[in-house]
Write a protein that binds this ligand. Structure first.
Ligand code: NDP
Ligand code: OXD
Length: 319
């Protein structure tokens, strides 16, 4: 039997962690880690599978015979824009732990705004005692934009916390106990939303979608007073300057942002200094290396048994 081709790994994550975890991954076929200086001149022409996150620009020239590309993350926008991307299946990362952690982050952010945690922090720092009598979750409608793997899980957990949850996606979804809207019903969806949660992939349609005009169409007479914007999808879906000015003018009451137009967020960006803005450095749900390598092993095994790959990217839609 011919030797199995090693998996090509080019993941711009923590290099020490990748090197460590790779030692026990892909036991039956081995791997070529492009972060390893020894791989610099290695012949990649025989490689069948590549696991990539922000790969080197010349990768597809060096590895022209790939059969499948695996994304190191759930989002594939950075992959889709690489010149020379071959027309072969691309599999995105779908993982229980990543999904659970994203939902933790979303629920936490909604609760932070519901219970005015930024205001409590401010009072604590000033050593003042100001009890707040805010609304309960059931008085507030969270509108989730993107009802895929992450959006559906987050929506279900928000409902457990008592929020009224509605959802928006490209195609209309039937989800028990949740009112849903399709792409053409954006205005109706926004008019009902007190807390907007963005869990959309970045595509040409979703680039710059969260802007001043969209913020101005959110519900203004809800239990929170002013609407809140939360985004963990992709930063280029938001017009960042519009967030800061919407908070300044009171169109938005607050925001939680895990993703930014340019990452890392510049030290002089005004968003850092806004009290009602909670910033996390794109760590709401990071890919866990062991789970990622196991996932790729399982998918390769499926592919080689002649079974369909799971979680394939639709090149036409871009996600
Ligand atoms: P999925 O592909 O499972 O879901 C995407 C959802 O977005 C679908 O419901 C889809 O609609 C909807 N959608 C896409 N384009 C449009 C559009 N133009 N109009 C309306 N709805 C649209 O993705 P996941 O849930 O797994 O992940 C979502 C995104 O989260 C990723 O692409 C990534 O960018 C981001 N992410 C961020 C992380 C972080 O750490 N901050 C971690 C992981 C992911 P339909 O169902 O009709 O196709
Ligand atoms: C992802 C991410 O897409 O971490 O998985 O952003």
């Amino acid at each position: 039997m011919p030797a199995k081709s090693p998996v090509l790994v080019d993941l711009k994550f923590d290099p020490a962690m990748i090197a460590k975890v790779l030692k026990t991954a892909f036991a039956d076929r081995g791997s070529i880690n492009l972060a390893d200086p020894a791989s610099k001149d290695v012949d990649l022409s025989h490689v069948d599978y590549a696991l990539l996150w922000k790969p080197d620009a010349d990768l597809f020239e060096r590895a022209p015979n790939l059969k499948v590309i695996f994304s190191g993350g759930a989002g594939v926008d950075s992959m889709m824009s690489i010149a020379g991307l071959p027309d072969i299946p691309i599999v995105r990362f779908v993982d229980r732990s990543l999904t659970v952690r994203m939902s933790e982050w979303v629920v936490m952010q909604c609760l932070m705004h519901l219970r005015d945690v930024p205001g409590h922090f401010r009072n604590q720092r000033q050593r003042v005692w100001v009890p707040q009598d805010g609304p309960e979750a059931g008085d507030v409608t969270v509108g989730v934009m993107g009802l895929g793997v992450l959006g559906c899980d987050a929506a279900a957990k928000l409902k457990v916390m008592g929020f009224n949850v509605i959802g928006w996606s490209r195609n209309k979804k039937q989800i028990d106990g949740m009112e849903t809207f399709d792409a053409g019903e954006l205005d109706a969806f926004l008019a009902r939303t007190d807390i907007l949660v963005g869990l959309l992939p970045l595509t040409p349609e979703t680039t710059g979608l969260y802007d001043a005009s969209l913020f101005s169409r959110l519900r203004r007479d809800g239990a929170l007073g002013k609407p809140v914007f939360i985004n963990a999808g992709r930063g280029k879906s938001q017009v960042q300057a519009d967030i800061a000015s919407a908070i300044g003018t009171g169109v938005l009451g607050g925001a939680s942002l895990d993703v930014f137009t340019v990452e890392p967020l510049a030290a002089d960006d005004p968003l850092w200094g806004l009290e009602n803005v909670i910033i996390t450095p794109h760590d709401s749900a990071m890919s866990e290396e062991r789970a990622l390598f196991r996932y790729v092993e399982e998918q390769i095994a499926r592919f080689e048994r002649g079974e369909p790959l799971l979680h394939l990217v639709d090149r036409g839609r871009g996600y």
